[in-house]
Design a protein around this ligand. Structure first.
Ligand SMILES: Nc1ncnc2c1ncn2[C@@H]1O[C@H](COP(=O)(O)OP(=O)(O)O)[C@@H](O)[C@H]1O
Ligand SMILES: O=P(O)(O)O[C@H]1O[C@H](CO)[C@@H](O[C@H]2O[C@H](CO)[C@@H](O)[C@H](O)[C@H]2O)[C@H](O)[C@H]1O
Length: 471
């Protein structure tokens, strides 16, 4: 259904927030992703009245002191002063503006536009709203998801989730792309995609949000691993095997799109492994050069930067980076859910939020995802001790790893992996090292008490024989 730009609120001029109010609001949000950077400007690129009522889709440009910019989405509610009791962005001339994602009535209006397959003309193109059969239905109850998030998700009638991308990026969105691809292939271990909305146009092309099924009663993999560790550690070993199977099936499905250039598996270029090694080598040097001198918990790796670089050189001396495919890109226990029916479902195909959309859409070895999950098992084993003072049973992490890898290798199309178990083990170790070095920097910056986890991971990877995959 195509519609012209609706008239703003009763045909009157909209009192939308000015730059100062926008800036104060945006930089204070949990979803604002650049808190350590100096913001030069926050300006509205587009304000799209979506209904004749009080819903305006704002697309903002945040400009940093260095001159680069980020695109943000801010759906805005506009109401008479006194008729809105929540937090406001701005107030004046008898109206207030606020974040529409916190207003159930306006969330319902957004979903209704998707259900209507509406196209709304904008100054720079079209705001497109789409529902996938069998449609979205009329929505009643709306509540915030309540998860720590870089986006904003709301639960609709406990049956659907609307996730609005706060920093959408320009160009095709990997999550929408992958969910559509997997849905078309009948891959069952995802929350089914039901709708989406986007802005299209030559100057502004961005996916703004998706609607998916809500997994009621499901537990995320991280909480489940910690709960099993406390109650029945062996239970998680069996669950890890099932998770490996689902991961293998996911990669097999993602590597099956031979006639779609965005998904067709490719052989990596001969120089790929060398380039990966060079990038990681530089990162190891940077991280080790900047290690603080006053932390005892760094002892297992302190002064061993050269040894880590040598281990990397040894792992990447020959062989190749193997075939490359589209993959999850940010795979860890917090991204998978265990449903009430005992099945694993994979969420959040956006990739690492700090990377550009182009980087996130790049094909890489699927073993990068596998390594991310193996690191997550190490985190779970250690978190029991760090958070609750409860040790994981001896050998638990090794058993979980082995079970996961068994399940994975049994259900992955082997043409998507480097040939031979030795080559698989080596490439996995390279990606685990890459992730552990990243985590060392991340934990030093964010959670200093967790530094021993990546430290142990790096120390472990210095032991050559421990990580060979059986077989
Ligand atoms: N479809 C869903 N059903 C149930 N819970 C969900 C669903 N999607 C997300 N969640 C919960 O919300 C959290 C954040 O979702 P995610 O898609 O990873 O958002 P973000 O990309 O902003 O981190 C998940 O870890 C999960 O706990
Ligand atoms: O989820 P984000 O994309 O924000 O990822 C960042 O934070 C993660 C922590 O929440 C961090 O993940 C690390 O800790 C997890 C446990 O809290 C663990 O399961 C992961 O394996 C481990 O990497 C992630 O590295 C960071 O980018």
């Amino acid at each position: 259904m195509s519609r012209a730009r609706p008239e703003p609120v009763g045909g009157q001029r909209l009192d939308l927030p000015g730059e100062d109010a926008l800036r104060a609001f945006v930089v204070g949000r949990r979803w604002f992703g650049s808190k350590s950077r100096e913001v030069a400007h926050v300006r509205m690129l587009e304000t799209i009245p979506l209904t004749d009522g009080p819903l305006v889709l704002g697309l903002l440009e945040v400009e940093f002191a260095e001159g680069d910019t980020d695109l943000y989405q801010l759906p805005i509610g506009v109401r008479e002063e006194g008729s809105w009791t929540g937090e406001v962005i701005s107030a004046g001339d008898g109206t207030v503006t606020y974040d529409a994602m916190t207003d159930p009535e306006l969330v319902r209006a957004l979903v209704r536009l998707m259900g209507d397959d509406a196209d709304v003309e904008t100054a720079h193109g079209t705001a497109e709203f789409r529902a996938l059969a069998p449609g979205l239905g009329e929505v009643g109850a709306v509540r915030p998801m309540g998860a720590e998030q870089s986006n904003s998700s709301v639960v609709l009638d406990e049956r659907l989730v609307l996730k609005a991308y706060r920093r959408p990026g320009r160009g095709p969105n990997p999550e929408l792309e992958i969910l559509r691809f997997l849905t078309a292939r009948g891959f069952p271990h995802i929350a089914t995609l039901r709708g989406w909305y986007a802005h299209t146009g030559p100057a502004l092309d961005a996916t703004l949000g998706i609607v998916q099924d809500f997994l009621g009663g499901a537990t995320d993999g991280w909480d489940l691993a910690l709960a099993d560790l406390g109650e029945d550690p062996g239970r998680f070993v069996a669950r890890a095997r099932a998770l490996g199977e689902v991961t293998g099936r996911m990669h097999t499905a993602l590597g099956s799109g031979h006639d779609d250039p965005a998904f067709a598996p490719e052989a990596s270029a001969p120089e790929t492994l060398g380039l990966l090694a060079a990038e990681l080598d530089a990162e190891i040097r940077r991280v080790f050069a900047a290690l603080p001198g006053d932390r005892d918990d760094l002892a297992p790796v302190r002064g061993r930067g050269e040894a880590v670089r040598e281990r990397l050189a040894q792992l990447t001396r020959d062989g190749s980076a193997g075939p490359v495919i589209r993959h999850h890109g940010d795979y860890h226990l917090g991204q998978v859910m265990h449903t009430a029916g005992g099945d694993w479902v994979v969420l959040d195909f956006e990739g690492e939020p700090a990377r550009t959309l182009a980087e996130r859409r790049r094909k890489r070895s699927p073993l990068r995802d596998v390594a991310g999950m193996l690191r997550s098992f190490a985190y779970a084993a250690a978190a029991g001790r760090l958070l609750h003072g409860a040790e994981a049973p001896a050998g638990w992490e090794d058993e979980v790893r082995a079970a996961y890898l068994d399940g994975y290798l049994e259900h992955t199309d082997e043409r998507l992996l480097p040939p031979g178990r030795g080559a698989v083990a080596r490439l996995l170790s390279v990606f685990e090292l890459e992730k552990a070095v990243y985590e060392l920097r991340y934990e030093l910056d964010n959670r200093p008490d967790w530094v021993p986890i990546p430290v142990a991971g790096i120390a472990r990877l210095l032991e050559p024989d421990e990580h060979e995959v059986e077989g």
